[in-house]
Design a binder for this molecule. Structure first.
Ligand code: HEC
Ligand code: HEC
Length: 241
């Protein structure tokens, strides 16, 4: 290892530790959420809880109200939704206000961290070194959102890209969501969660209530996706945005 690389690696570790420290120091109101959503609220497959750290305030508020109003998490088949509904019912409006403010704060710290990791990854990829793979592994383990394009089959991606054209009208070509149409960001969510929600809309477990106009809109879109393969394709493409 030459001196510059050692220095670069040290910098990665120090800055990541500092940033993750500020992200990990969760407030008491958010601790209960972290039981299922993960220590940094970035999602947990075991509890089937999505990433809520990156969600905008308007969407968190809207979904918590949806759970409270039986628009979401009220169907017998929807076990995960039911769990979340129980939590939502225990929250007052004041609680919700506190939570969204604190998550917005986390969100800021997290964006800085991701941006930083992406920059470092780009710099390292440009260097030709025999240790590139080892460094890549290290950076991957630090980053949460680095995508390995090479591992994705191209036909799946091109089908996904075609399908995503209609999604981008609401979720944006960057997948970061658009508040005007109440469409949430999708890029940060794990694939298992995105697939599950599309299946939920299709199965009438979500987006079924006549007053839930946003949910109903998404249901009619989801019902237009013809096969599980197409769901896999569009979800895979979303992860490359
Ligand atoms: C007992 C486990 C559990 C706890 C505790 C919990 N959640 Fe959840 N949460 C879930 C699960 C599971 C889902 C996905 C449910 C579904 O499929 O509808 C979810 C979904 C959500 C969603 C919807 C996200 C989206 O992308 O639509 C929000 C918002 C949310 N939780 C916020 C919170 C907040 C805020 C707290 C803390 C006050 C919290 N959750 C605590 C399990 C939990
Ligand atoms: C007409 C606007 C519109 C279009 C087009 C659209 N969506 Fe949505 N989408 C929404 C809205 C609004 C919501 C929130 C609905 C709710 O409250 O349940 C949503 C929610 C979602 C969710 C749930 C996210 C979460 O965090 O729980 C997924 C997944 C999703 N959309 C995927 C897609 C995909 C894939 C496409 C394209 C095939 C698509 N959407 C097209 C408006 C749209």
């Amino acid at each position: 290892m030459n001196g510059r690389r050692i220095l670069a690696n040290c910098l990665i570790v120090v800055v990541s530790t500092l940033l993750s420290f500020s992200v990990a120091a969760l407030d008491r109101d958010l601790l209960v959420c972290s039981v299922c959503h993960g220590a940094d609220l970035q999602g947990n497959k075991n509890t089937e809880a999505p990433n809520i750290a990156v969600l905008p305030s308007w969407y968190i508020r809207q979904q918590l109200h949806s759970y409270q109003r039986e628009w979401r998490g009220a169907k017998v088949k929807d076990k995960s939704g039911q769990e979340m509904r129980t939590i939502a019912l225990s929250l007052t409006d004041e609680h919700i206000q506190n939570i969204v403010e604190k998550i917005a704060h986390l969100n800021d710290a997290m964006n800085k961290k991701t941006l930083y990791e992406k920059t470092i990854h780009k710099e390292i990829s440009h260097k030709e070194t025999s240790h590139k793979e080892a460094i890549d592994e290290e950076v991957k383990s630090l980053a949460t959102n680095i995508k390995s394009f090479n591992e994705m089959p191209t036909d799946l991606l091109s089908q996904g890209k075609k399908l995503y054209q209609q999604c981008s009208a609401c979720h944006g070509s960057d997948g970061l969501g658009r508040e005007v149409v109440k469409a949430p960001p999708l890029v940060h969510q794990p694939m298992w969660y995105l697939k599950k929600q599309l299946n939920n809309y299709q199965a009438g477990i979500r987006g079924y209530h006549e007053q839930d106009s946003s949910g109903q809109q998404m249901t009619s879109i989801a019902q237009g996706i013809r096969s599980q393969d197409d769901i896999d394709a569009v979800v895979t493409f979303i992860k490359t945005l």
